[in-house]
Write a protein that binds this ligand. Structure first.
Ligand code: HEC
Length: 471
């Protein structure tokens, strides 16, 4: 997606931070909806087949078969509520995410925006198919009602019309079968690509080999996918409880008790097993996190996630115990919080993985500002100010941060201030085991100032025997 990266213009670090928050917001919207679409359409397609089979097996007893088909239809409605919802919760967030990644990862040569675009196209194709599936579900029930009426009053119905009704019914039923299955399969592919791509975006250790194949077939993609699917089961269970029983009176409220019992008996055990699996998967997920992405914040956030998962477990369980209990709203708010926590965890890892890239972009931004206004003399900063503002993000004197400790590197430059200034002016790969240092875009006088400042601090410390590196 070269043209996308050309669209991106240099932005200040504040803007980049803002974009990352925007990414969290669109991720929450998208993940909540797309995981419901994935699970609801899959279960719907399966229940549709089961309902048909059950119906033909036991001609007399159609109650269970009817429940299967009814549930399949309601799930299809949940997966594809309407074009507006699909546009707002899938189309817009995905396009936004592609553009944000194009901006944040500009010039890194990673395929992430391309892969995300592939995922987006798959999602659109899958959701389109699921939307057709849902439509043909409704047409199918309308036609079959008509057919029954027409058969009952065959004397009043023109035989051509009766034949038409039958053929429309057959074609709706066949669209229903194929579109449902196709939609669900495409959504699974889309999820696979999406999860693998997001995972790659914060696995800086894998950036050297970031081909599409390694995105699809790596261990960490596998774990992320498993995690995503289990979380999607939890989210969808809660969404069913909320939308079927609570939201605007619920869609299942108007129906018989037996259907409501059927739905709860189906959804609650799935939700409970899935939410109980969360801690185990989270453990593996953290073990599998790229080392660069693990920080205390990640663990803190994961802890909060576990707490929310426990709350959801309690809500599900009490609904299972007491069939009249209806905590659908709690459950749904709980899963949205859970998605928020998960998105934050990924954002922290991504933020950490791209910290050097952010510096590059910040420098590019300042270079652009300077080129816009070449004549304006900007004030020259003192060495200490430059160190505090620009270098201390990555360097300490006595400790390894992103860059090596000055107490380790500066001894090589004693008496060679020219080489030190050259390096700061134009960094090259020097110290093994570190990523390259981004050019800081300083003015010649500023390079001199900061070089003198850090060397002065080092020499003073060395004199007192304090220039030691701590671990
Ligand atoms: C984005 C992080 C980052 C920033 C900001 C940064 N550095 Fe570095 N610095 C590094 C890394 C990484 C290395 C190791 C580079 C290498 O060896 O390839 C490094 C290496 C160095 C070295 C050692 C070079 C050598 O040959 O031993 C010096 C000196 C240095 N930086 C000075 C500075 C100064 C002065 C500033 C502020 C004007 C600064 N750095 C800002 C990341 C940074």
């Amino acid at each position: 997606m070269n043209f996308l990266s050309r669209l991106a213009i240099p932005e200040s670090t504040e803007h980049l931070a803002l974009l990352k928050y925007l990414l969290v917001v669109v991720t929450i919207m998208f993940v909540t909806y797309s995981s419901i679409a994935l699970i609801a359409s899959t279960f719907s397609a399966v229940l549709n087949v089961l309902g048909k089979r059950e119906g033909t097996r036991k001609e007399g007893d159609t109650g269970r078969a009817a429940h299967f088909l009814r549930f399949a239809r309601d799930l299809a409605d949940l997966a594809a509520p309407g074009k507006g919802v699909i546009a707002a919760l899938a189309f817009l967030p995905l396009v936004t995410a592609v553009l944000i990644y194009a901006q944040l990862l500009k010039g890194m040569g990673l395929g992430i925006t391309t892969y995300l675009t592939i995922a987006a196209l798959l999602y659109f194709a899958g959701l389109f198919s699921v939307y057709y599936y849902k439509r043909s579900f409704h047409f199918d029930s309308i036609y079959s009602t008509f057919r029954r009426l027409a058969t009952a009053r065959s004397a009043d119905v023109n035989s051509d019309v009766a034949a038409d009704i039958e053929s429309f019914e057959r074609s709706a039923a066949s669209t229903k079968r194929t579109a449902g299955r196709r939609g669900a399969i495409i959504l699974w592919l889309a999820t696979w690509v999406y999860v693998g791509t997001v995972r790659l975006s914060f696995s800086s250790g894998r950036w050297a080999d970031s081909s599409f194949l390694t995105v699809l077939f790596s261990g960490s993609t596998f774990w992320s996918l498993l995690n995503y699917v289990v979380a999607a089961l939890v989210i969808t269970s809660a969404a069913v409880l909320f939308f079927f029983f609570k939201f605007e009176g619920g869609i299942a409220v108007k129906t018989e008790d037996s259907y409501r019992k059927f739905v709860k008996g189906y959804v609650l055990p799935v939700g409970i097993v899935a939410v109980a699996l969360e801690p185990i998967l989270l453990f593996f997920e953290i073990q599998n996190l790229p080392l660069t992405g693990v920080s205390n914040a990640t663990f803190g956030i994961a802890g909060i996630g576990l707490f929310i998962a426990l709350m959801i477990l309690i809500v599900f369980y009490s609904m299972l115990r007491d069939s009249r209990a209806n905590f659908g709203t709690f459950a749904f708010v709980g899963v949205i919080l859970l998605v928020f926590v998960w998105a934050m965890k990924d954002e922290i890892a991504f933020n950490y993985a791209t910290r050097v890239q952010d510096q590059h972009l910040g420098v590019a931004y300042e270079a652009m500002l300077a080129s816009l206004n070449p004549n304006k003399a900007q004030p020259v900063m003192s060495g200490e100010d430059i160190y505090n503002a620009r270098c201390s993000a990555c360097h300490r004197f006595d400790r390894k941060l992103v860059g090596p400790p000055y107490f380790q590197t500066l001894p090589h430059f004693v008496g060679k201030m020219d080489s030190l200034e050259d390096f700061i002016n134009n960094p090259y790969s020097a110290v093994p085991g570190y990523p390259p240092m981004p050019n800081q875009g300083l003015k010649p006088q500023e390079v001199k100032n900061v070089a003198n400042y850090i060397m002065g601090v080092y020499l003073a410390a060395a004199k007192k025997g304090e220039a030691k590196v701590v671990q």
